[in-house]
Design a protein around this ligand. Structure first.
Ligand code: FE2
Length: 309
């Protein structure tokens, strides 16, 4: 795929619960019940299908080479939510053009793989090796000059918590694949639902073992980390092998401007490699203004020369 390579990032669409959801109340318990009550009380007024539809139309109008979605497609991990989200994924982009990592809402409770996250496997599978799709996380998907590395931070957490965890195994593998992809001179984009640093004041929603991801990034490097989870804009930095690594998060893709909620936003990233061989990344931030999407900001990242690896 020729440069420049363009990809779109959005997150946390929180597709609406199926029609008839008020009747579900008696069938739910525990964390699902709490999630359901929260949806009924306020979340259904925030996460609006018409906002998400407008965002998707705007993304499509920009015709990106790839789309990345950093989790929370659904709300309380009901089997029919996984099915409906799969139908939605099929409409948004084919698996070779859309990459997905799960969020904590997608793992509200443990659901058997084939009824739950396995329904979305095609969008989370690494590049094919023979006939078998690689299903282990982190996945690696190389598209043009970019390597998308997808991590799962989604684990069921106790009621009132929304923590995430990567685990020692994924973190070790992350470091390994980042080193390998760096040697191959690919532009490495790490996808994860929870950010690998604390955003906001509370440990109740944080990635509990973020130090593991931070250590892997510091030792192996990466060019960009994209996340969702907090439903708000975020730009931070973490130390990398050859300079700071930008860490960028976006508000929910379906958020209407209700109260203090940050309205929906997505970012179009353009990866370029000018003649000096150093990477350059340009970002176009598109936000919802109550009627449609417009450009809210632009920023660019110029990367240092990393030298021999
Ligand atoms: Fe979310």
């Amino acid at each position: 795929m020729p440069l420049p390579f363009r990809f779109a990032h959005f997150s946390d669409p929180h597709l609406p619960l199926a029609p008839g959801w008020p009747a579900r109340l008696r069938t739910l318990a525990g964390k699902r019940l709490l999630g359901f009550l929260s949806w009924r009380r306020k979340r259904h007024r925030i996460h609006r299908p018409e906002v998400l539809a407008a965002l998707l139309a705007d993304v499509a109008a920009h015709a990106p080479d790839h789309i990345v979605v950093t989790g929370d497609l659904i709300n309380i991990a009901l089997p029919d939510e996984f099915d409906r989200a799969r139908d939605w994924l099929e409409r948004v982009g084919p698996p070779e053009r859309l990459s997905l990592v799960p969020g904590n809402h997608d793992a509200t409770v443990r659901v058997p793989w084939n009824l739950g996250l396995g329904r979305w496997q095609l969008w989370m599978a690494g590049d094919m090796a023979g006939d078998e799709a690689e299903t282990a996380l982190p996945f690696v998907r190389v598209r043009g000059p970019v390597a998308f590395v997808g991590l799962s931070t989604a684990v069921p957490s106790p009621p009132l918590l929304a923590t995430g965890r990567v685990g020692a195994e994924q973190a070790a593998r992350l470091e390994e694949v980042l080193r390998d992809l760096g040697r191959r001179d690919l532009f490495r984009v790490v996808l994860m639902h929870h950010p690998p640093l604390r955003v906001g004041g509370s440990e109740r929603t944080a990635l509990t073992d973020r130090h593991r991801v931070q250590a892997a990034l510091a030792r192996a490097g990466a060019e960009l980390v994209l996340h969702g989870h907090h439903h708000r804009e975020h730009v931070g930095y973490l130390p990398g092998l050859a300079g700071a690594i930008p860490v960028v998060g976006v508000p929910s893709a379906s958020a209407a401007p209700v109260g203090r909620v940050q309205p929906a936003r997505w970012i179009r990233f353009t990866v370029e490699q000018p003649e000096d061989g150093r990477w350059r990344l340009a970002a176009l931030v598109r936000g919802y203004d109550g009627a449609g999407f417009r450009t809210e900001a632009r920023f660019a990242v110029h990367y240092p020369d990393v030298g021999p690896r």
